[in-house]
Ligand binder design. Structure first.
Ligand code: ADP
Ligand code: GLC
Length: 490
């Protein structure tokens, strides 16, 4: 039976992206729409959304709508855009006072208002469309007040009486905390008692925590991360709230959009390959090395890195381990990334110290990300924590062996290679230390020196299937289970 699903998210690729959240929402919407469901999505019309590249038009009955949040008054209109590669409509909330900024995320004092407005607008557009979603699917802190709003602010409206909410946690490291002084902005009136009272007394409001408390189901993006976040080491203060939800917290591994990430069809590559044509991969490696000025012969192992430069990604380990690794092995490294300034500086310094061995491109480049995935021999992801991670899954498909720390989705998608049986897809290490990363890299390079093992491991990886056709099904099962369930109280 087709379901009516309302998606509310701060990023949807290719319209607005800073990381994997966008890849996942974009691909999941396409999958659900392709499977025959009625999916309507809500996203801010950020300045960076390239409307000219989309089939889009203003929605005439969603024009100049007032929105009140405590003392703040806004007006917004809505532009409907077709999500490329699907027939699904993304409703873009056009409110320049909130979204006409240089970046998708800001540190401006009204950051909480920007995403409360998105969440509220989603409900109010559903009302104006007379559309009753069976599922409200919210993502991360930005839209985590959706479940509580469904049970309070909009509970009077019969349209939402059968609506069940899902919150997906893509990263519990970002919780969107704001000051309790702004409590009126939530517009909760007499339902204010439902807010976390200890936090309020301590002077703050934690959006993500309220999503965990009130969503009918909470999912996260890998089974291992679902276990990890119940512990103080990974829960970032939310472990208790998560444990209290028991079985309602579920880990569903992300999928990969192979329409975008496939070495047989990749639109950024001049030549294509598959498991039977790995010689093409070697040509791409030579071409990328030449372009980046790397001294990288056929025997040199090329390690790729594509990441947001944030502590989460284990950049510290890379910076500590690479100087010795580059000096003592026949190894070169291609890095594309942007993020925290000290990391950008440290990588630029590494490039100066090893000009022919390490190339660092500071910034965001979709094209270079595809090239690095295709041309590298191995791919490094030594994450401190990783809810899912997509690049290791892309690497597997490109025959680029992942060397990863065994945490979160990395542990769930990469299988340690066993030379005795020839099974496994990569190299994993447990301890979060530069020494452990270096040992893992050493083990990978030993395997690289033996082409029979290396090719076997790369081909094992290429045969893995993380398509949304597989990974999307558990979401539909969850939606169906929830849609048939009576309302949970608050
Ligand atoms: P996260 O969402 O935590 O950043 P993921 O592995 O889930 O990590 O997804 C990251 C996504 O962002 C991938 O599609 C990756 O290719 C892309 N990405 C990250 N940094 C860059 C960059 N500097 N240039 C191009 N793409 C990038
Ligand atoms: C987050 C996580 C990443 C995950 C992505 C998509 O940004 O850091 O691990 O793959 O969301 O779910």
């Amino acid at each position: 039976m087709p379901l009516r699903i309302c998606f509310v998210a701060s990023e949807i690729a290719p319209l607005a992206k800073t990381g994997g959240l966008a890849d996942v929402t974009g691909a999941l919407i396409r999958y659900l729409e392709g499977a025959g469901h009625d999916v309507r999505s809500f996203l801010p019309l950020y300045s960076s959304v390239d409307l000219a590249s989309l089939a889009s038009a203003p929605v005439d009955f969603l024009h100049d709508i007032p929105l009140e949040m405590g003392p703040h008054r806004y007006r917004y209109s809505v532009v409907g855009a077709r999500l490329p590669g699907s027939q699904a409509t993304v409703y873009l909330i056009d409110c320049p006072a909130l979204y006409a900024r240089g970046r998708i995320y800001t540190t401006d004092p009204d950051e909480h208002l920007r995403f409360l407005a998105l969440t509220r607008a989603a409900f109010e557009c559903c009302q104006r469309m007379g559309w009753s979603p069976q599922i409200l699917h919210c993502h991360d802190w930005h839209t985590a007040f959706g479940p509580l709003f469904a049970k309070t602010l909009y509970a009077w409206d019969r349209l939402f009486q059968a609506t069940r909410s899902v919150l997906t946690l893509h990263n519990v490291g970002y919780q969107g905390v704001f000051s309790a002084a702004a409590v009126d902005d939530l517009q909760l009136g007499s339902s204010r008692y439902l807010l976390h009272q200890d936090d309020l007394r301590s002077g703050f409001i934690n959006p993500l925590k309220h999503g965990i408390l009130y969503a009918d189901a909470v999912t996260t993006v890998s089974p291992t991360y679902a276990k990890e976040i119940r512990t103080p080491e990974y829960g970032m203060g939310l472990e208790q709230a998560l444990r209290a939800r028991g079985d309602s917290v579920l880990g569903i591994l992300n999928g990969v959009d192979y329409g975008e990430w496939d070495p047989r069809t990749d639109r950024y590559l001049p030549r294509h390959y598959d498991a039977g044509r790995l010689a093409v991969k070697a040509e791409l490696k030579a071409a990328l090395a030449a372009r980046l000025g790397l001294a990288c012969g056929p025997k040199t192992a090329l390690a790729g890195v594509v990441m947001r430069l944030a502590a989460q990604k284990g950049v510290d380990l890379l910076i500590q381990a690479l100087p010795h690794a580059l000096a003592s092995h026949d190894l070169a490294c291609a890095v594309v990334g942007s993020g925290d300034e000290p990391y950008e500086r440290a990588l630029a310094e590494l490039q100066q110290a090893f000009p022919r061995r390490l190339a660092f491109h500071r910034g965001y480049s979709e094209e270079l990300a595809h090239w690095i995935e295709a041309a590298s021999d191995l791919f490094l992801m030594p994450s401190l924590y990783e809810p899912c991670g997509l690049n290791q899954m892309y690497s597997l498909r490109y025959g680029t062996v992942p060397v990863v720390r065994a945490t979160g989705g990395l542990a769930d998608s990469v299988q340690l290679y066993d030379p005795a049986s020839g099974t496994g897809t990569g190299v994993l290490f447990k301890e979060y230390s530069a020494a452990a990363l270096e040992r893992a890299l050493g083990a990978a390079l030993d395997l690289y020196a033996d082409p029979a093992h290396w090719t076997r491991m790369a081909r094992n990886g290429m045969a893995q299937d993380f398509s949304w056709t597989r990974q999307g099904a558990p979401y539909v099962e969850l939606y169906e289970r929830l849609a048939g369930r009576p309302a949970g109280g608050v």
